[in-house]
Design a protein around this ligand. Structure first.
Ligand code: ADP
Ligand code: MG
Length: 466
Protein backbone atom coordinates (compact mmCIF):
# COMPACT_ATOMS: atom_id res chain seq x y z
CA UNK A 1 0.00 0.00 0.00
CA UNK A 2 1.27 3.48 -0.92
CA UNK A 3 0.15 4.88 2.40
CA UNK A 4 2.76 2.81 4.13
CA UNK A 5 5.54 4.61 2.33
CA UNK A 6 4.89 7.56 4.57
CA UNK A 7 6.13 5.45 7.48
CA UNK A 8 9.84 5.19 8.14
CA UNK A 9 11.24 2.25 6.23
CA UNK A 10 12.49 0.65 9.43
CA UNK A 11 8.95 0.53 10.72
CA UNK A 12 7.68 -1.26 7.62
CA UNK A 13 10.41 -3.85 7.85
CA UNK A 14 9.81 -4.23 11.58
CA UNK A 15 6.19 -5.07 10.93
CA UNK A 16 7.04 -8.07 8.85
CA UNK A 17 8.94 -10.81 10.65
CA UNK A 18 10.12 -12.08 14.03
CA UNK A 19 13.75 -11.77 12.90
CA UNK A 20 13.28 -8.02 12.71
CA UNK A 21 12.62 -7.86 16.43
CA UNK A 22 16.28 -8.79 16.91
CA UNK A 23 15.39 -11.90 18.83
CA UNK A 24 18.02 -14.37 19.90
CA UNK A 25 18.53 -17.30 17.56
CA UNK A 26 17.25 -19.67 20.22
CA UNK A 27 13.91 -17.87 20.30
CA UNK A 28 13.73 -17.69 16.51
CA UNK A 29 14.23 -21.45 16.33
CA UNK A 30 11.50 -22.02 18.92
CA UNK A 31 9.06 -19.86 16.96
CA UNK A 32 10.02 -21.54 13.70
CA UNK A 33 9.19 -24.91 15.22
CA UNK A 34 5.72 -23.60 15.97
CA UNK A 35 5.33 -22.45 12.40
CA UNK A 36 4.56 -18.79 13.18
CA UNK A 37 5.68 -16.54 10.35
CA UNK A 38 5.08 -13.04 11.68
CA UNK A 39 4.18 -11.33 14.95
CA UNK A 40 0.55 -10.34 15.50
CA UNK A 41 -0.17 -6.61 16.03
CA UNK A 42 -0.28 -6.90 19.83
CA UNK A 43 2.99 -8.86 19.79
CA UNK A 44 4.68 -6.35 17.59
CA UNK A 45 3.52 -3.32 19.52
CA UNK A 46 4.12 -4.71 23.01
CA UNK A 47 7.64 -5.84 22.28
CA UNK A 48 9.52 -2.55 22.44
CA UNK A 49 7.46 -1.27 25.37
CA UNK A 50 8.18 -4.32 27.51
CA UNK A 51 11.84 -4.27 26.46
CA UNK A 52 12.03 -0.64 27.61
CA UNK A 53 11.12 -1.67 31.16
CA UNK A 54 8.08 0.61 31.40
CA UNK A 55 4.81 -0.47 32.94
CA UNK A 56 2.40 -1.60 30.25
CA UNK A 57 -1.27 -2.30 29.79
CA UNK A 58 -2.22 -4.35 26.72
CA UNK A 59 -5.81 -4.55 25.55
CA UNK A 60 -6.64 -6.91 22.71
CA UNK A 61 -9.34 -9.40 21.89
CA UNK A 62 -9.09 -13.09 22.71
CA UNK A 63 -7.07 -15.03 20.20
CA UNK A 64 -4.80 -12.15 19.20
CA UNK A 65 -1.68 -13.79 20.64
CA UNK A 66 -1.27 -12.02 23.96
CA UNK A 67 0.69 -14.86 25.58
CA UNK A 68 3.56 -14.54 23.13
CA UNK A 69 3.25 -10.74 23.34
CA UNK A 70 4.59 -10.77 26.90
CA UNK A 71 6.57 -13.99 26.71
CA UNK A 72 8.83 -12.95 23.84
CA UNK A 73 10.38 -9.80 25.36
CA UNK A 74 10.59 -11.48 28.75
CA UNK A 75 12.46 -14.49 27.40
CA UNK A 76 14.65 -12.21 25.29
CA UNK A 77 15.76 -10.31 28.41
CA UNK A 78 16.06 -13.23 30.81
CA UNK A 79 19.70 -14.10 31.50
CA UNK A 80 20.90 -17.54 32.43
CA UNK A 81 20.79 -18.16 36.16
CA UNK A 82 20.87 -21.04 38.60
CA UNK A 83 19.08 -19.18 41.38
CA UNK A 84 16.06 -20.83 42.96
CA UNK A 85 13.69 -17.89 43.43
CA UNK A 86 11.84 -16.70 40.32
CA UNK A 87 12.52 -13.39 38.60
CA UNK A 88 9.33 -13.25 36.55
CA UNK A 89 5.86 -13.81 37.95
CA UNK A 90 2.88 -14.41 35.68
CA UNK A 91 -0.54 -14.38 37.34
CA UNK A 92 -3.47 -15.96 35.51
CA UNK A 93 -7.02 -16.60 36.72
CA UNK A 94 -7.47 -20.33 36.27
CA UNK A 95 -5.71 -23.64 36.57
CA UNK A 96 -6.09 -24.48 32.89
CA UNK A 97 -4.57 -21.17 31.92
CA UNK A 98 -1.54 -21.90 34.10
CA UNK A 99 -1.11 -25.18 32.25
CA UNK A 100 -1.62 -23.51 28.88
CA UNK A 101 0.78 -20.63 29.54
CA UNK A 102 3.46 -22.99 30.91
CA UNK A 103 3.13 -25.17 27.82
CA UNK A 104 3.37 -22.13 25.57
CA UNK A 105 6.46 -20.81 27.29
CA UNK A 106 8.10 -24.23 27.22
CA UNK A 107 7.53 -24.34 23.48
CA UNK A 108 8.86 -20.83 22.78
CA UNK A 109 11.77 -21.31 25.16
CA UNK A 110 12.64 -24.80 23.96
CA UNK A 111 16.15 -23.80 22.83
CA UNK A 112 16.86 -21.36 25.67
CA UNK A 113 18.01 -22.07 29.21
CA UNK A 114 14.96 -20.45 30.82
CA UNK A 115 13.12 -22.51 33.42
CA UNK A 116 9.36 -22.21 33.89
CA UNK A 117 7.13 -23.62 36.60
CA UNK A 118 3.37 -23.57 37.15
CA UNK A 119 1.39 -23.61 40.39
CA UNK A 120 -2.38 -23.69 40.81
CA UNK A 121 -5.07 -24.75 43.22
CA UNK A 122 -6.97 -28.02 43.15
CA UNK A 123 -3.81 -30.07 42.68
CA UNK A 124 -1.36 -31.63 45.13
CA UNK A 125 0.40 -28.81 46.95
CA UNK A 126 3.41 -30.92 47.93
CA UNK A 127 4.21 -31.84 44.36
CA UNK A 128 4.14 -28.15 43.54
CA UNK A 129 6.31 -27.33 46.56
CA UNK A 130 8.92 -29.73 45.28
CA UNK A 131 8.71 -28.31 41.76
CA UNK A 132 9.22 -24.77 43.03
CA UNK A 133 12.11 -25.87 45.27
CA UNK A 134 13.98 -27.03 42.17
CA UNK A 135 14.21 -23.41 41.14
CA UNK A 136 12.73 -21.55 38.18
CA UNK A 137 13.06 -18.28 36.32
CA UNK A 138 9.42 -17.79 35.39
CA UNK A 139 6.65 -18.70 37.78
CA UNK A 140 3.12 -18.98 36.38
CA UNK A 141 0.46 -19.06 39.09
CA UNK A 142 -3.12 -18.59 40.13
CA UNK A 143 -3.34 -15.99 42.93
CA UNK A 144 -4.86 -18.29 45.57
CA UNK A 145 -2.31 -21.09 45.43
CA UNK A 146 0.55 -18.62 45.05
CA UNK A 147 -0.51 -16.81 48.17
CA UNK A 148 -0.69 -20.07 50.14
CA UNK A 149 2.81 -21.00 49.02
CA UNK A 150 4.09 -17.53 49.92
CA UNK A 151 2.66 -17.80 53.42
CA UNK A 152 4.52 -21.02 54.08
CA UNK A 153 7.71 -19.60 52.50
CA UNK A 154 7.91 -22.14 49.70
CA UNK A 155 7.77 -19.34 47.18
CA UNK A 156 9.90 -16.25 47.67
CA UNK A 157 8.93 -13.25 45.62
CA UNK A 158 11.80 -10.94 46.64
CA UNK A 159 13.63 -11.35 43.32
CA UNK A 160 10.66 -10.63 41.08
CA UNK A 161 11.64 -8.02 38.50
CA UNK A 162 8.67 -8.38 36.19
CA UNK A 163 5.08 -9.03 37.10
CA UNK A 164 2.57 -10.01 34.42
CA UNK A 165 -1.14 -10.14 35.18
CA UNK A 166 -2.85 -11.91 32.31
CA UNK A 167 -6.62 -11.91 31.71
CA UNK A 168 -7.07 -9.22 34.35
CA UNK A 169 -10.71 -8.76 33.46
CA UNK A 170 -11.43 -12.42 34.19
CA UNK A 171 -9.31 -12.30 37.33
CA UNK A 172 -11.30 -9.39 38.73
CA UNK A 173 -14.59 -10.93 37.69
CA UNK A 174 -13.68 -14.03 39.66
CA UNK A 175 -13.20 -11.86 42.73
CA UNK A 176 -9.40 -12.08 42.90
CA UNK A 177 -8.82 -8.39 43.53
CA UNK A 178 -8.07 -8.94 47.18
CA UNK A 179 -5.57 -11.70 46.44
CA UNK A 180 -3.91 -9.71 43.66
CA UNK A 181 -3.54 -6.84 46.09
CA UNK A 182 -1.91 -9.06 48.67
CA UNK A 183 0.53 -10.45 46.17
CA UNK A 184 1.37 -6.97 44.93
CA UNK A 185 2.44 -6.18 48.46
CA UNK A 186 4.81 -9.14 48.54
CA UNK A 187 6.68 -8.34 45.34
CA UNK A 188 9.48 -5.77 45.45
CA UNK A 189 8.26 -2.24 44.72
CA UNK A 190 10.94 -1.78 42.08
CA UNK A 191 9.57 -3.95 39.33
CA UNK A 192 7.97 -3.79 35.92
CA UNK A 193 4.20 -4.28 35.81
CA UNK A 194 2.63 -5.74 32.70
CA UNK A 195 -1.06 -6.34 32.35
CA UNK A 196 -3.16 -7.93 29.61
CA UNK A 197 -6.89 -7.87 29.25
CA UNK A 198 -9.44 -8.54 26.54
CA UNK A 199 -11.49 -5.51 27.49
CA UNK A 200 -11.22 -2.45 29.59
CA UNK A 201 -13.65 -2.50 32.49
CA UNK A 202 -14.03 -0.14 35.43
CA UNK A 203 -12.41 -2.72 37.72
CA UNK A 204 -9.39 -2.99 35.47
CA UNK A 205 -9.03 0.77 35.29
CA UNK A 206 -9.08 0.98 39.08
CA UNK A 207 -6.35 -1.62 39.49
CA UNK A 208 -4.14 0.20 37.00
CA UNK A 209 -4.69 3.47 38.78
CA UNK A 210 -3.77 1.94 42.14
CA UNK A 211 -0.66 0.02 41.22
CA UNK A 212 0.82 1.10 37.91
CA UNK A 213 3.26 3.90 37.31
CA UNK A 214 2.33 5.87 34.19
CA UNK A 215 1.81 2.76 32.10
CA UNK A 216 2.09 2.72 28.32
CA UNK A 217 -1.20 1.56 26.87
CA UNK A 218 -1.08 -0.73 23.86
CA UNK A 219 -4.55 -1.20 22.58
CA UNK A 220 -5.52 -3.12 19.49
CA UNK A 221 -8.93 -1.70 18.69
CA UNK A 222 -11.65 -4.19 18.04
CA UNK A 223 -12.79 -4.07 14.48
CA UNK A 224 -16.20 -2.47 14.21
CA UNK A 225 -16.98 -3.99 10.83
CA UNK A 226 -19.64 -6.68 11.05
CA UNK A 227 -17.95 -9.97 10.62
CA UNK A 228 -18.81 -11.04 7.09
CA UNK A 229 -19.64 -14.61 8.08
CA UNK A 230 -22.30 -13.62 10.58
CA UNK A 231 -25.93 -12.94 9.81
CA UNK A 232 -27.08 -10.47 12.45
CA UNK A 233 -30.67 -9.91 13.49
CA UNK A 234 -32.50 -8.17 16.32
CA UNK A 235 -35.85 -8.30 18.12
CA UNK A 236 -37.32 -5.54 20.20
CA UNK A 237 -38.77 -7.21 23.27
CA UNK A 238 -40.87 -5.87 26.13
CA UNK A 239 -38.96 -7.13 29.17
CA UNK A 240 -36.84 -9.90 30.73
CA UNK A 241 -39.54 -12.57 30.96
CA UNK A 242 -40.86 -11.83 27.49
CA UNK A 243 -37.30 -12.39 26.27
CA UNK A 244 -37.45 -15.74 28.05
CA UNK A 245 -40.74 -16.57 26.28
CA UNK A 246 -39.24 -15.63 22.93
CA UNK A 247 -36.23 -17.87 23.50
CA UNK A 248 -38.39 -20.77 24.61
CA UNK A 249 -40.33 -20.34 21.38
CA UNK A 250 -37.34 -19.97 19.04
CA UNK A 251 -35.12 -22.66 20.55
CA UNK A 252 -37.80 -25.31 20.17
CA UNK A 253 -36.41 -25.76 16.67
CA UNK A 254 -33.54 -28.11 17.53
CA UNK A 255 -32.38 -28.56 13.94
CA UNK A 256 -31.87 -24.87 13.32
CA UNK A 257 -30.72 -23.92 16.80
CA UNK A 258 -28.30 -26.79 17.25
CA UNK A 259 -25.53 -25.05 19.22
CA UNK A 260 -26.59 -21.87 20.93
CA UNK A 261 -24.46 -19.61 23.08
CA UNK A 262 -26.51 -17.12 25.09
CA UNK A 263 -24.79 -14.09 26.56
CA UNK A 264 -26.02 -12.34 29.67
CA UNK A 265 -24.24 -9.41 31.27
CA UNK A 266 -24.28 -10.55 34.90
CA UNK A 267 -24.41 -13.63 37.10
CA UNK A 268 -27.81 -12.95 38.63
CA UNK A 269 -29.55 -12.62 35.29
CA UNK A 270 -27.69 -15.68 34.02
CA UNK A 271 -29.01 -17.76 36.91
CA UNK A 272 -32.49 -16.35 36.56
CA UNK A 273 -32.56 -17.11 32.84
CA UNK A 274 -31.20 -20.59 33.45
CA UNK A 275 -33.90 -21.34 36.02
CA UNK A 276 -36.62 -20.10 33.69
CA UNK A 277 -35.40 -22.13 30.72
CA UNK A 278 -34.40 -25.29 32.57
CA UNK A 279 -38.03 -26.20 33.13
CA UNK A 280 -38.47 -26.55 29.37
CA UNK A 281 -35.06 -27.61 28.11
CA UNK A 282 -33.86 -29.70 31.04
CA UNK A 283 -30.45 -31.24 30.55
CA UNK A 284 -30.02 -29.58 27.15
CA UNK A 285 -29.04 -26.36 28.86
CA UNK A 286 -26.16 -25.29 31.09
CA UNK A 287 -24.96 -22.03 32.62
CA UNK A 288 -21.46 -20.76 33.41
CA UNK A 289 -20.35 -17.76 35.39
CA UNK A 290 -17.71 -17.00 37.97
CA UNK A 291 -19.76 -18.20 40.96
CA UNK A 292 -19.87 -21.73 39.56
CA UNK A 293 -17.04 -24.04 40.57
CA UNK A 294 -14.29 -24.52 38.10
CA UNK A 295 -15.10 -28.20 37.64
CA UNK A 296 -18.69 -27.38 36.90
CA UNK A 297 -17.64 -24.74 34.38
CA UNK A 298 -15.20 -27.03 32.62
CA UNK A 299 -17.74 -29.82 32.45
CA UNK A 300 -20.42 -27.48 31.09
CA UNK A 301 -18.10 -26.10 28.43
CA UNK A 302 -16.97 -29.58 27.36
CA UNK A 303 -20.52 -30.88 27.17
CA UNK A 304 -21.55 -27.90 25.10
CA UNK A 305 -18.55 -28.21 22.83
CA UNK A 306 -19.14 -31.92 22.30
CA UNK A 307 -22.80 -31.29 21.55
CA UNK A 308 -24.22 -32.97 24.66
CA UNK A 309 -25.71 -29.66 25.75
CA UNK A 310 -27.35 -27.68 23.00
CA UNK A 311 -27.63 -24.41 24.88
CA UNK A 312 -25.03 -22.64 27.02
CA UNK A 313 -25.74 -19.48 29.00
CA UNK A 314 -22.63 -17.46 29.84
CA UNK A 315 -21.54 -14.09 31.17
CA UNK A 316 -19.26 -12.02 28.94
CA UNK A 317 -16.09 -12.48 30.90
CA UNK A 318 -16.54 -16.24 31.33
CA UNK A 319 -16.96 -17.02 27.65
CA UNK A 320 -13.70 -15.33 26.67
CA UNK A 321 -10.62 -17.47 26.63
CA UNK A 322 -12.63 -20.59 25.79
CA UNK A 323 -12.41 -21.94 22.32
CA UNK A 324 -15.74 -23.22 21.05
CA UNK A 325 -16.37 -24.87 17.73
CA UNK A 326 -19.28 -24.48 15.34
CA UNK A 327 -21.61 -22.35 17.43
CA UNK A 328 -24.77 -22.04 15.30
CA UNK A 329 -26.22 -19.01 17.08
CA UNK A 330 -25.04 -16.34 19.46
CA UNK A 331 -27.91 -14.80 21.35
CA UNK A 332 -27.46 -11.49 23.09
CA UNK A 333 -30.03 -11.85 25.81
CA UNK A 334 -29.25 -8.32 26.86
CA UNK A 335 -27.62 -5.48 24.97
CA UNK A 336 -24.02 -4.83 26.02
CA UNK A 337 -23.34 -1.33 27.30
CA UNK A 338 -19.73 -1.48 26.10
CA UNK A 339 -20.37 -1.81 22.33
CA UNK A 340 -17.10 -3.72 21.86
CA UNK A 341 -18.54 -6.55 23.92
CA UNK A 342 -21.18 -7.10 21.25
CA UNK A 343 -18.43 -7.68 18.69
CA UNK A 344 -16.70 -10.07 21.11
CA UNK A 345 -19.94 -11.95 21.65
CA UNK A 346 -21.02 -12.44 18.06
CA UNK A 347 -17.46 -13.31 17.08
CA UNK A 348 -18.01 -16.64 18.83
CA UNK A 349 -20.00 -17.83 15.83
CA UNK A 350 -19.23 -17.80 12.11
CA UNK A 351 -15.72 -19.08 12.75
CA UNK A 352 -13.79 -20.89 10.01
CA UNK A 353 -15.78 -20.71 6.78
CA UNK A 354 -19.06 -21.82 8.38
CA UNK A 355 -21.87 -19.28 8.49
CA UNK A 356 -22.99 -18.03 11.88
CA UNK A 357 -26.08 -16.26 13.13
CA UNK A 358 -26.57 -13.74 15.88
CA UNK A 359 -29.70 -12.44 17.54
CA UNK A 360 -29.90 -9.34 19.68
CA UNK A 361 -32.77 -8.93 22.14
CA UNK A 362 -33.28 -5.37 23.29
CA UNK A 363 -35.84 -3.52 25.34
CA UNK A 364 -36.74 0.17 25.05
CA UNK A 365 -34.27 0.90 27.80
CA UNK A 366 -31.51 -0.87 25.92
CA UNK A 367 -32.15 0.86 22.62
CA UNK A 368 -29.47 3.45 23.27
CA UNK A 369 -26.86 0.72 23.67
CA UNK A 370 -28.05 -0.87 20.45
CA UNK A 371 -27.57 2.42 18.63
CA UNK A 372 -24.03 2.68 20.03
CA UNK A 373 -23.27 -0.81 18.71
CA UNK A 374 -24.65 0.08 15.29
CA UNK A 375 -22.57 3.24 15.22
CA UNK A 376 -19.44 1.29 16.07
CA UNK A 377 -20.15 -1.17 13.26
CA UNK A 378 -21.54 1.45 10.90
CA UNK A 379 -24.26 -1.07 10.21
CA UNK A 380 -27.93 -1.32 11.16
CA UNK A 381 -28.85 -4.71 12.51
CA UNK A 382 -31.85 -6.01 10.54
CA UNK A 383 -34.98 -6.21 12.71
CA UNK A 384 -37.23 -9.24 12.93
CA UNK A 385 -40.93 -9.04 13.75
CA UNK A 386 -41.86 -10.19 17.21
CA UNK A 387 -43.75 -13.49 16.68
CA UNK A 388 -47.47 -13.30 17.44
CA UNK A 389 -47.40 -16.70 19.11
CA UNK A 390 -45.09 -15.48 21.87
CA UNK A 391 -46.74 -14.31 25.06
CA UNK A 392 -45.83 -10.89 26.40
CA UNK A 393 -45.04 -11.32 30.05
CA UNK A 394 -46.36 -9.00 32.75
CA UNK A 395 -43.83 -10.26 35.26
CA UNK A 396 -40.96 -7.91 35.93
CA UNK A 397 -37.43 -8.88 36.87
CA UNK A 398 -36.12 -7.16 40.03
CA UNK A 399 -34.05 -4.63 38.08
CA UNK A 400 -37.04 -3.78 35.90
CA UNK A 401 -39.29 -2.84 38.79
CA UNK A 402 -39.62 0.90 39.19
CA UNK A 403 -37.64 2.48 41.99
CA UNK A 404 -38.97 5.97 41.49
CA UNK A 405 -41.87 7.26 39.49
CA UNK A 406 -40.98 6.78 35.88
CA UNK A 407 -42.96 8.35 33.05
CA UNK A 408 -43.20 5.14 31.00
CA UNK A 409 -44.16 3.12 34.03
CA UNK A 410 -46.87 5.40 35.37
CA UNK A 411 -49.29 2.51 35.94
CA UNK A 412 -46.77 1.09 38.39
CA UNK A 413 -46.06 4.33 40.17
CA UNK A 414 -49.29 4.13 42.13
CA UNK A 415 -48.49 0.58 43.14
CA UNK A 416 -47.09 1.24 46.60
CA UNK A 417 -45.95 -2.30 47.26
CA UNK A 418 -43.91 -2.61 44.12
CA UNK A 419 -42.13 0.66 44.69
CA UNK A 420 -41.59 -0.12 48.34
CA UNK A 421 -40.14 -3.52 47.55
CA UNK A 422 -37.64 -2.15 45.13
CA UNK A 423 -36.67 0.60 47.53
CA UNK A 424 -35.91 -1.86 50.31
CA UNK A 425 -33.94 -3.98 47.96
CA UNK A 426 -31.78 -1.01 47.11
CA UNK A 427 -31.13 -0.36 50.79
CA UNK A 428 -30.17 -3.98 51.27
CA UNK A 429 -27.75 -3.75 48.38
CA UNK A 430 -26.13 -0.62 49.77
CA UNK A 431 -25.63 -2.35 53.08
CA UNK A 432 -23.83 -5.20 51.39
CA UNK A 433 -21.49 -2.87 49.55
CA UNK A 434 -20.51 -1.22 52.79
CA UNK A 435 -19.52 -4.57 54.26
CA UNK A 436 -17.04 -5.08 51.47
CA UNK A 437 -18.68 -8.04 49.78
CA UNK A 438 -19.12 -11.57 51.05
CA UNK A 439 -16.21 -12.88 48.99
CA UNK A 440 -13.79 -10.56 50.77
CA UNK A 441 -15.18 -11.49 54.14
CA UNK A 442 -14.86 -15.21 53.44
CA UNK A 443 -11.30 -14.84 52.25
CA UNK A 444 -10.46 -12.56 55.14
CA UNK A 445 -11.70 -15.24 57.50
CA UNK A 446 -9.78 -17.94 55.68
CA UNK A 447 -6.49 -16.09 55.88
CA UNK A 448 -7.31 -14.14 59.04
CA UNK A 449 -6.49 -11.10 57.03
CA UNK A 450 -7.26 -7.40 57.17
CA UNK A 451 -9.82 -6.18 54.70
CA UNK A 452 -8.00 -3.40 52.95
CA UNK A 453 -4.69 -3.04 51.29
CA UNK A 454 -4.02 -0.03 53.45
CA UNK A 455 -3.25 -2.43 56.26
CA UNK A 456 0.29 -3.62 55.86
CA UNK A 457 0.24 -6.02 58.80
CA UNK A 458 0.46 -9.05 56.62
CA UNK A 459 3.48 -7.93 54.68
CA UNK A 460 5.15 -7.09 57.99
CA UNK A 461 4.19 -10.39 59.53
CA UNK A 462 5.66 -12.22 56.58
CA UNK A 463 8.84 -10.17 56.65
CA UNK A 464 9.32 -10.86 60.34
CA UNK A 465 9.03 -14.59 59.84
CA UNK A 466 11.75 -14.67 57.16
P1 ADP B 1 -4.90 -14.55 23.55
O1 ADP B 1 -4.19 -14.68 24.86
O2 ADP B 1 -4.81 -13.17 22.98
O3 ADP B 1 -6.31 -15.05 23.60
P2 ADP B 1 -3.14 -16.66 22.70
O4 ADP B 1 -1.85 -16.14 23.17
O5 ADP B 1 -3.78 -17.74 23.52
O6 ADP B 1 -4.18 -15.47 22.48
O7 ADP B 1 -2.96 -17.14 21.19
C1 ADP B 1 -4.04 -17.58 20.42
C2 ADP B 1 -3.58 -18.58 19.36
O8 ADP B 1 -2.80 -17.93 18.35
C3 ADP B 1 -2.72 -19.68 19.94
O9 ADP B 1 -3.13 -20.90 19.40
C4 ADP B 1 -1.31 -19.32 19.49
O10 ADP B 1 -0.52 -20.47 19.36
C5 ADP B 1 -1.56 -18.62 18.17
N1 ADP B 1 -0.55 -17.59 17.85
C6 ADP B 1 0.01 -16.70 18.72
N2 ADP B 1 0.88 -15.90 18.09
C7 ADP B 1 0.88 -16.25 16.79
C8 ADP B 1 1.59 -15.79 15.61
N3 ADP B 1 2.44 -14.79 15.69
N4 ADP B 1 1.34 -16.41 14.45
C9 ADP B 1 0.46 -17.44 14.39
N5 ADP B 1 -0.24 -17.93 15.43
C10 ADP B 1 -0.04 -17.35 16.63
MG1 MG C 1 -4.58 -15.09 26.81
Amino acid sequence: MWVNLALPLRKIIRMSTFEDLNLSNQLIYGIQDLGFSSPTPIQEQSFSVIMSGKDMVGIAQTGTGKTLAYTLPILQQLKFSKQVSPRVLILVPTRELVVQVVENIEAFAKYTSSRVCGIYGGANINTQRQAVAQGCDILVATPGRLYDLCLDHTVKLRDIKKLVIDEVDVMLDLGFRFQITNILELVPPKRQNIMFSATMTEDVAKLIEDFFITPVKVSIAVSGTPLANIEQTAYEVENFYTKVNLLLYLLKDKMLYNKVLIFVSNKRSADRLFEAMKAVFGSEIAVIHSNKTQNYRLRSIDQFDEGKNRILISTDVMARGIDLEMVSHVINFDTPTYPENYIHRIGRTGRAKQKGKSILLFTKREEESKVAIEELMDYSIPMLDFPNEVKISEELAPEERPINTEPNNSHRASDGEEGGGAFHEKLEKNKKVNLGGSYKRTIAKKYKKPLTRGDKNVAKRIKKRK
